[in-house]
Design a protein. Structure first.
Length: 294
């Protein structure tokens, strides 16, 4: 049996009604996510998904800084000892952790399903790993398109910054102070080195690093390295004053020649938002082609 064709005008009216009904349906709400890890937190915020809770929010503000956590984000307490009562009250749909906090999973699972998102395994290339983490979080949050937008924006920004830098720049030594005599020096597998490479910059530190991409050394290990010294804040309390009287520090070649730059806090174990911030911090500090550099 052949159904009669609807008149064109009626057909168009029905299509219009169906379209209006479909567009009026509410979009699926993003899941309520809580996390103990700052890299996961900053990436979620950059994806447009505000976590309901993050551990140590004040410390996040000091070490990560941007993107800022929305005011609605609750503080979950210590990353290693989160408040289960607070988590339970927030009623998250899922709790996100990294392998560093894997031992906490049995304590958190009664509250909500726990998902472990790997970071900085030390065996994979850092940049592809950051892209994979971004996509994984976007899938969990139900925002896969947001991941591709964030990745594209990051790649475009870094390419633009690289184009503004001169073809040749002094090798960099990128450090973060632990106390007045010891620093983390960042090399293979680190976010800082991954960003430096994408900007076409050379890292002067070629010694072995741990899974997080740094070597913990005394200041004497920096002696004799011909490089521009990049110190990433924040500095531990009292360190800046102590360096004025620290002979090891004062005799470093970069210090004597005035080639020491202090960069704002950028989470050294961060994701794409931190990568962009670090690239911008380096670019503001280094000479550019507009400055007349070759």
């Amino acid at each position: 049996m052949t159904l009669p064709r609807l008149p064109c005008a009626r057909h168009r009216t029905l299509l219009l009604v169906l379209t209006l009904l479909l567009t009026a349906l509410p979009a699926a709400a993003a899941p309520r996510l809580a996390t103990l890890d700052w890299t996961l937190a900053e990436t979620l915020v950059a994806l447009g998904v505000a976590p309901v809770g993050v551990a140590q929010t004040a410390a996040y503000d000091a070490w990560v800084a941007e993107p800022a956590l929305p005011a609605s984000v609750a503080d979950l307490g210590l990353r290693t000892q989160p408040s289960r009562e607070r988590l339970a009250a927030l009623a998250p749909d899922r709790i996100l952790i990294t392998p560093m906090f894997a031992s906490l999973a049995p304590l958190l699972e009664p509250i909500a399903p726990v998902t472990t998102v790997p970071l900085y395994a030390g065996r994979d290339a850092t940049w592809p790993a950051l892209l994979a983490t971004t996509r994984r979080l976007a899938d969990i949050a139900g925002r896969p398109a947001a991941a591709e937008r964030l990745i594209a924006t990051t790649e475009t920004r870094l390419a633009g910054l690289r184009a503004a830098l001169p073809e040749t720049t002094r090798p960099l030594l990128m450090v973060q102070f632990m106390d007045a005599r010891h620093v983390r020096v960042f090399g293979d597998h680190s976010l800082y080195q991954a960003v430096a490479r994408r900007l076409g910059l050379e890292n002067a530190w070629h010694r072995p690093t741990n899974a997080w991409g740094f070597s913990l050394v005394g200041l004497e290990a920096l002696a004799g390295i011909d490089a521009r010294l990049m110190v990433i804040r924040p500095l531990p309390a009292g360190v800046e004053d102590a360096l004025a009287d620290n002979g090891l520090w004062q005799h470093l070649a970069a210090v004597r020649s005035g080639e020491v730059d202090y960069l704002p806090p950028v989470w050294s174990f961060g994701g794409l938002p931190s990568a962009t911030r670090f690239a911008e911090a380096l670019s503001r500090t280094l000479p550019t082609r507009e400055d007349g550099a070759p």
